[in-house]
Design a protein around this ligand. Structure first.
Ligand code: MRU
Length: 331
């Protein structure tokens, strides 16, 4: 299982996911600004991994200057890095809550570091629990369709949706996990396939449009995905294309499971219409590895996420257990 986020005490090393699977290189972050840039530029991605990274970014900010104004500025810079994954804001709020009373004292940095390390460890534990709960919800041998990358690269380790896949594999119940490419950023083709190959998990790659065909022909029997933000009513924002898979799963009567730690639940947002959706550069759609694929000046849309209505989700699996419709995550 790969470790993509390495806290070094003086700085943070992040496995550069932009160049996987071709090169395994780490980017070194020494400041909160370096960390925010790494999140914005997708060196690190996946909701839980973004949260853990931001927590360390705040420790780096304090190591540079433990005054209140500078700490507040670091929070703002990190909060502006990506808008959809609520784990980012969860981590920033936790660090603010824990550290603000100590600002200006010698304990601030040490305490911040301990809180960030615990946040990191906790995410790994949560993923393991999600894996166990999710695997017990899905009886028998399974052919799983998944979308995007939700594994060790996207979390503190093990993974959410891919954590359930890992657990099924450990129980000898995984026939195969089918990863779709996940256009345009290719998290499935580049990252999920890489993780599965590294860890000996039986896998296959398909293009994004093939999900319906695979279900019709019984080549997959469930869909498991992650989430970037789950509203109080269970509407779930996840990588663009998730909603279409949920509709196809409903049509075919197969389980559609969302796996996420409770840090991905936004109890203050009543439903999916309030979830901010990141719009990404057009070039991600018109180009592949800097090679232009389309006519010049082609107009494109590139929303990074869509929202799957709660009614299409068979189960939301968190570290607490398996939740089923109707979901009530509000306070
Ligand atoms: O744009 P990304 O790669 O950060 O999007 C990631 C996803 O959509 C994941 O499915 C989600 O963050 C859950 S990761 C455990």
């Amino acid at each position: 299982m790969v470790d993509a986020i390495l806290w070094r005490g003086t700085h943070l090393d992040l496995l550069d996911q932009r160049i996987l699977p071709f090169e395994e290189q780490f980017i070194h972050c020494h400041t909160a600004q370096d960390t925010a840039t790494a999140i914005r530029d997708m060196v690190v991605r996946g909701a839980p991994a973004i949260g853990v990274t931001a927590a360390y970014g705040m420790v780096l900010a304090l190591k540079q200057n433990h005054g209140e104004a500078s700490f507040r500025h670091a929070c703002e810079v990190l909060a502006a890095s990506r808008p959809t994954a609520v784990n980012l804001f969860d981590a920033i709020e936790l660090m603010q809550r824990e550290v603000t009373p100590l600002l200006g004292t010698d304990q601030a940095i040490d305490h911040a570091e301990q809180v960030a390390l615990k946040y990191h460890r906790d995410d790994l534990e949560k993923n393991k629990a999600i894996g166990r709960h999710g695997a017990s919800f899905l009886s028998g041998p399974r052919r799983v369709l998944t979308h995007c990358n939700t594994g060790s690269l996207a979390t503190a380790g093990w993974g959410t949706a891919l954590g359930i896949v890992r657990q099924l594999h450990a129980e000898h119940r995984l026939v195969e996990v089918v990863a779709d490419e996940t256009r345009p950023y290719l998290q499935g083709a580049r990252l999920t396939v890489w993780e599965c190959a590294k860890d000996g998990i039986p896998h296959r790659l398909v293009t994004d449009g093939m999900g319906g065909y695979l279900m019709t022909h019984k080549m997959v029997d469930c869909v498991i995905v992650g989430a970037d933000r789950i509203a109080a009513n269970g509407d779930a924002a996840n990588k663009i294309g998730t909603f279409m898979l949920a509709m196809a799963a409903k049509h075919h009567g197969i389980p559609f499971v969302v796996a996420a730690p409770t840090t991905t639940i936004d109890r203050n947002t009543p439903d999916g219409s309030g979830i901010p959706i990141e719009q990404r550069p057009e070039k991600e759609v018109t180009h592949a590895r800097n090679e232009q694929l389309t006519c010049d000046r082609t107009l494109v849309y590139n929303p990074a996420f869509d929202v799957t209505p709660a009614s299409l989700i068979s189960a939301i699996v968190t570290e607490d257990g398996v939740h089923q419709y109707p979901y009530r995550f509000g306070g």
